[in-house]
Design a protein around this ligand. Sequence first.
Ligand code: DC
Length: 236
Amino acid sequence: MKGAVIAIDGPAASGKSSTARAVAEALGFAHLDSGALYRGVTLVALREAARRGLRREDPLQVLDPETILRTAEDRGLMLQPDGAGFAAYLEGEPVDAEIRAGPVTAAVSAVSAVPVVREWVNSRLRAMVRIGRDVVVDGRDIGTVVFPDADLKVFLTAAPEARARRRLSQRGAAHDPALLGAETEALAARDHADSTRAVAPLRVADDAVRLDTTSLSFEDQVTRIVALARPRFSPG
Ligand code: DC
């Protein structure tokens, strides 16, 4: 049995995760955050490097990807069903807070660019969907690579300045123009790097619905996606 899949992709700070979670709640689906698996693999790598006395900010300098993935399997890295979503576990303990903390965030980009890591994450995501739950999956390559036959694909976009504003608000930072300018530039640079990188570049699937959220409220963007989804999943 295979569950229904809604793929939500988009650039950094486009609000994919929070949108995916709200859409999943509205439809009674589970929210599957693909970034959490990349973050989990990165945490495994950082812990393993530390265990071996090889403390580095970039664990790929001291561990090869195959060792990192074998360690992830041995130590039981997994996403387990948890309420309306999935929670990350490692060594039998929940690690959701740790995978979102500074050290993992600093190292995850390099780890997620390694092809064998991407294959490992993708096969786990597909296995979770084969179990049969209906899911909303968010990421960068969900509609293009991971689930090219997803039932609905949405690509979220927003102008870099709008995303920078949202990101600063989330951090509770003051809206001073210099800070906003720097954050906007950083996001534009990340967009460029993400869409031109050799491995799994960010691109819009041909059959994705593009949703520009620059002037939409969070509630409006969720409502629009739910409205796109309902006719496809409601009987009759
Ligand atoms: O969405 P996030 O910040 O939790 O993602 C963490 C990292 O993983 C980020 O560098 C982008 C990368 N990622 C990816 O390359 N492909 C995905 N499907 C999801 C995340």
